[in-house]
Design a protein around this ligand. Sequence first.
Ligand SMILES: C[S@@+](CC[C@H](N)C(=O)[O-])C[C@H]1O[C@@H](n2cnc3c(N)ncnc32)[C@H](O)[C@@H]1O
Length: 395
Amino acid sequence: MSKETTKYAFILGHVPDLSVAEIICLLKKQTVDFEEILQSKEALIIEANQELDVLALQNRLGGVIKIIAILSKTSKENLSENIEEIVKASAYAKASADKQKFQFGFSLYGKTVVKEFQQLGLTIKRELKEQGTLCRFVVSKEKSLSAVIIKKEHLLGQGLDLVVIENQGEYYLGETLAIQDFEAYSARDYGRPSRDDKSGMLPPKLAQIMINLAGAKPADVLLDSFCGSGTVLQEALMLGYKNIIGSDISAKAIADCRNNISWLKTKYNFKIDGVKMYELDVRNLVHKVALATVDAIVTEPYLGEPDKSKLKTQKFEDLENLYLDSFKQFYKVLKSGGKAVMILPIINGQKMEILDAVQKIGFIIDKLGQSERGSIIYGREGQMVEREIFVFVKN
Ligand SMILES: C[S@@+](CC[C@H](N)C(=O)[O-])C[C@H]1O[C@@H](n2cnc3c(N)ncnc32)[C@H](O)[C@@H]1O
């Protein structure tokens, strides 16, 4: 890949709007100047004014599945020829350098016919073999190759995941440079010593996205006042934050949290001891956290009765009151301009009607996505409790 490449595609997670919001926030924080070239349900393509450190970016972005260097843009007529050129150039460069079998595959996004590409892949493979280049064409049942396949088949670096992104009859071609580290996420989710399946745990990727939406700097003070077993605190440590506070009303949650954080510190050899943890009702937050000292709150509060049969009779009003009490405390501990990135639950389709009251407390909504409420919903069809994600700013 040439050094001047500055066009990149980000393949988005299952809530594309959220992934886009996260990418934009992080690039802005890193003061990268960029222009959006294309945004679809599957991909965001940008042109940046500098080369990006894609590996570092990929590790920070919970909502991005792959990062791709865009090599060219072409029409339907020239598509096969261009693909052939890219694959062969890559094969000649990599197979001869490594003296080993060159493996390649295609990942298709937008409107494309998989069979046509499989045919093309087989033809290219045959031609390469005839010319004496050892190679293998990797196929999958899916339109695009997953991070798992890309890793297993060594398609990064020594191989090639050639990406085709179709948009309104035009085709962007590129090479995957980085993939989500699915093993590390899984280890941080399922491998931690204390899990609390009952009151629910935030997926680490979502915690990472929410922290990025807060846009805080590494030395800033970050708080999760419903920290549970500590997913947000854990991901904040992973992202390099050094002043982290966690609190929760439950003694067990705080014990679990301590256990998980000390496990993480050993696993990743973190030397810092800047994580403070308190057993504390959010309504008493100011007893432990000094006024106007927190830069960002990132939290998934209590989402209602974890027992689904009891959730049906849950008083929504009680939950709304807990949230409003929380906002009053948040207003006190946050610095002016500080952000609260929060989840509000949607239970059986019912949304919390507290936005006017939250604004009266002194917050403005930093709108995410296109929805009227300025939120993005993170959930899957048929879920009893969905997560509505907001960014509030202390006015
Ligand atoms: C959905 S869990 C948070 C899970 C956490 N994000 C994680 O990944 O482990 C909600 C937490 O809120 C805590 N909680 C409930 N009411 C509270 C209150 N009034 N003050 C502080 N924490 C409270 C519960 O103990 C529970 O740990």
